[in-house]
Design a binder for this molecule. Structure first.
Ligand code: HEC
Ligand code: HEC
Length: 509
């Protein structure tokens, strides 16, 4: 990976958005680091040859998102994550933007549409439109990306072999409704060997947590954990909504052939450079309405993610968001320098961490948790039961979970998404029965098992403030909508205060 020295970083500093020098980190005050970043500086276009600094801050509606690049700054000129290495003009950075926590918010997609009259490579017909067959100049043809930040994902049907084993599906899939035309016709749809679903870009960065292996078996399917054929290492199973890729290499090969429409494979040098960047990057909210998240004894922000080691199992005694415990009691000294609103916000965040950890409710019919793991159904949990990786909130235990986000009757109703009918051929699904209506079969598109319909891989919970909307299908418009979904799905009975505390917690992650 091509690196540039410190002087170059400083030289480029003026041209970049808010940059905090590493040394200034410790001095970060309780106040948002402020600073303006013009729209054209926020958006990273492919091939700009900008320098990616060691510390990079971008504002969002909740505060500031910070990326930390270990070993940075990095000259992105010639770097395969940033260069348009294919003919559609895109790069990885097109959908994994620093200002958006290395994902892509729907608001950013709309800004890009307005700034370029829909001409940005982001809107490439292949997957940046609802379907390539639609008239590409019209906004309506890109509504899923513009309204909910969704990218078309085309999966092979029946599924491709998985870890060298042939996949023989135990269900049939029928298209009930195809509002965009990408699941029917002469080219698309299960009859032609393709299923299109629509998903949010998942954030990259903080990868050591997503790749960490906390178990040596997959407790959610009751199977042995797969191993990397190249290294023999156990695989975390925590990549992609449907875990179609086990390693970063498999993932980037998939991204190259699909999102970038590459006509050749990535070279080993390109793969190494992309992986090195992904493994060196840490992203999290750095300031919020209570000021800096590493102020007043709290340990939020990306620096802790960079320095800590993953793998502590949060659900067995470890505090998942223990980094905000110090904000439960605010010292007299801190009260004197903070505004009353900041004090109140900090305490709300600390309470939110407690709600996330300790406030239990009954989860029912959540295949992956209530089926294989021997906990029973329903099963009393708190949020941390599933989101248990310390400092990250993904699941230490490998495997996918059905929360109902993509499958009826629990999913929000969206007339603009394709709807599929799954018919289980052997055993019925434990909760949905023999016939299932789903917008996205999720993990079942990789395994071909009807028991896996609707299961989705848990995401990282860092940088949420920068990358609305949430859930794999973007069905939760904001953080409050996430809490409202859980409330509705499991009849939790959260108080208004508990809901607000959870939202405030999530806004500083
Ligand atoms: C057109 C937008 C787009 C482009 C371009 C793109 N991605 Fe993605 N990326 C996505 C989407 C959407 C997902 C989630 C897919 C899913 O869950 O099925 C994703 C997921 C990922 C993930 C998985 C993260 C996780 O937590 O599971 C990684 C890693 C990743 N992309 C890296 C890359 C790399 C490397 C490139 C360039 C070779 C790239 N992406 C180009 C949209 C894009
Ligand atoms: C039964 C396991 C389980 C429990 C309990 C649970 N979650 Fe989740 N969570 C999931 C799964 C699975 C997903 C992925 C669903 C999807 O993307 O469609 C998810 C996704 C999320 C996301 C979306 C992240 C993103 O990048 O879009 C947030 C935020 C979240 N959960 C917060 C919470 C909160 C807050 C609670 C407690 C009220 C909670 N979760 C309880 C399993 C769980």
């Amino acid at each position: 990976m091509k690196r540039v020295g410190q002087p170059r970083h400083l030289r480029f500093a003026k041209a970049l958005p808010v940059i905090a020098a590493a040394g200034a980190l410790a001095a970060a005050s309780a106040y948002a680091s402020g600073g303006e970043s013009a729209a054209d500086e926020r958006w990273w276009s492919p091939g700009e040859g900008r320098v990616f600094p060691e510390v990079l801050d971008y504002e969002n509606e909740h505060g500031t998102l910070r990326t930390l690049l270990v070993g940075g700054p990095l000259d992105t000129e010639g770097h395969p994550f940033f260069e348009p290495i294919s003919s559609n003009g895109r790069a990885c950075v097109t959908c994994h933007q620093p200002a958006d926590g290395m994902s892509l918010s729907a608001a950013t997609a709309r800004e890009r549409w307005d700034a370029t009259n829909g001409d940005d490579p982001l809107f490439a017909a292949y997957d940046g439109s609802n379907c390539p067959t639609l008239p590409q100049g019209e906004r309506a043809s890109h509504s899923l990306l513009l309204d909910r930040g969704l990218i078309r994902i085309q999966r092979q049907w029946p599924p491709a072999p998985r870890l060298g084993e042939e996949v023989v599906p135990d269900f049939t899939i029928e298209v009930v409704r195809d509002p965009n035309g990408c699941n029917s016709g002469a080219e698309y749809g299960p009859e032609n060997g393709w299923i299109s679903v629509y998903r949010r870009p998942r954030p990259i960065g903080n990868m050591k947590y997503l790749l960490a292996v906390g178990f040596n078996f997959d407790p959610k399917q009751g199977l042995a954990l797969p191993r990397d054929p190249e290294t023999g290492d156990y695989l975390s199973g925590n990549l992609m909504s449907d875990n179609r890729a086990f390693t970063l290499k498999e993932q980037m090969d998939d991204a190259g052939l699909t999102h970038l429409e590459m006509l050749r494979e990535l070279t080993d040098d390109e793969r190494d450079a992309i992986k090195a960047f992904e493994m060196s990057l840490f992203a999290a909210q750095q300031t919020g309405r209570g000021g800096a998240v590493d102020d007043g004894g709290a340990q939020g922000g990306p620096a802790v993610l960079r320095d800590a080691e993953p793998g502590e199992l949060g659900s067995i005694g470890f505090p998942v968001w223990g980094e905000f415990a110090a904000w439960e009691e605010i010292s007299e000294e801190d009260r004197a320098r903070l505004t009353p609103e900041q004090v109140e916000f900090r305490q709300s965040v600390a309470r939110g961490a407690r709600v996330f950890r300790d406030r239990t409710f009954l989860v029912s019919d959540a295949a992956g948790v209530t089926t294989q793991m021997g906990f029973g159904n329903p099963f009393r949990v708190a949020c941390k039961m599933c989101h248990n990786m310390t400092r990250m909130g993904n699941d230490v235990a490998p495997g996918q979970v059905d929360l109902g986000t993509t499958t009826l009757p629990f999913a929000d109703h969206f007339g603009d998404l394709p709807l599929f009918r799954i018919t289980c051929q052997n055993d019925p699904h434990p909760y949905y029965g023999r016939e299932i209506l789903t917008y996205d079969p999720g993990f079942a598109l990789s395994t071909g098992r009807c028991a896996d319909v609707g299961k989705i891989t848990l995401q990282s919970m860092r940088g949420l403030a920068a990358r609305a909307p949430y859930f794999s299908n973007g069905s939760a418009a904001d953080l409050r909508a996430v809490v409202d979904y859980y409330e509705r799905r499991y009849n939790i009975g959260y108080t208004e205060q508990e809901k607000q505390d959870l939202v405030n917690l999530m806004s500083v992650l």
